[in-house]
Ligand binder design. Structure first.
Ligand code: SAM
Length: 219
């Protein structure tokens, strides 16, 4: 399993602007589409949240939640921390670690959030991460997911392929990311037993936002 050699540090500051230039409000809509479903959560894990826009939104939305936010990039974590009020910081744990290798406390989280994060990995890395996360989730935990996807056919599929090739080349250049194509994240969550509770497609399926629920414990 290969950890990225470099990190997203140098992108921490311009990340939001670059995203806006490339996609306007599209990715924000995907992130926030189902976020309200976490409003009653007690302990949430954000994986690869980046510059903290979801973290600050969650702090407002889920006032009882304690939130662990884990990211490989110190620059992204610093950026995320700078968005919070001193009061909100007291219920957030910032953790700089590789999500693929980190340890997670057992039965700790009633929600995990991966937005535009699983696309950093291969299929086998996503499968390994799902397996690693399962014991850390409570029985009724939710997995909030948003990411790019390839529409099934037509010009939108071609457009997605071009965009994805450009994005992977850009992130390879800027961050050392070794992944070259999208993993089948949703299919991998389903095959791990998660059920889909809600889903929204944007721009004909180029961007997806979905809520998965943890599989019931076998008796
Ligand atoms: C493409 S950005 C997505 C950021 C944000 N979630 C969003 O919605 O835009 C990927 C984020 O995942 C982090 N990351 C990449 N690989 C990681 C790893 N192996 N472990 C933890 N964080 C990682 C990066 O530092 C970056 O903040």
């Amino acid at each position: 399993m290969s950890a990225p050699a470099k990190t997203f540090d140098r992108l921490a500051r311009p990340y939001r602007l670059l995203e806006w230039i490339a996609f306007g409000p599209l990715l924000e809509r995907a992130r926030f589409q189902h976020l309200y479903q976490l409003r009653d959560c007690q302990r949430i894990l954000l994986l690869g949240d980046g510059d903290g826009r979801v973290l600050s939104r969650l702090c407002a939305l889920a006032p009882a939640a304690h939130i662990d936010t884990l990211d490989l990039s110190a620059g992204m974590l610093a950026r995320a921390a700078s968005r919070l009020t001193p009061a909100d910081r007291t219920r957030v744990i910032f953790r700089q670690a590789n999500a693929l290798q980190a340890g997670y406390p057992p039965t700790a989280y009633d929600a995990v959030v991966t937005f535009f994060f699983l696309d950093c990995f291969t299929d086998s890395q996503v499968s390994a991460l799902i397996a690693r996360m399962q014991p850390a989730l409570t029985a009724d935990a939710l997995w909030l997911f948003a990411d790019f996807a390839e529409p099934a056919h037509g010009w939108r599929r071609l457009r997605a392929k071009i965009w994805l090739a450009v994005m992977y080349a850009f992130f390879r250049w800027q961050t050392g990311l070794s992944t070259r194509r999208l993993p089948a994240s949703e299919a991998l969550l389903l095959s791990a037993g998660f059920t889909m509770r809600a889903e929204t497609s944007f721009q004909g399926g180029f961007v997806r936002s979905a809520v998965f629920a943890k599989p019931p414990v076998a008796r």
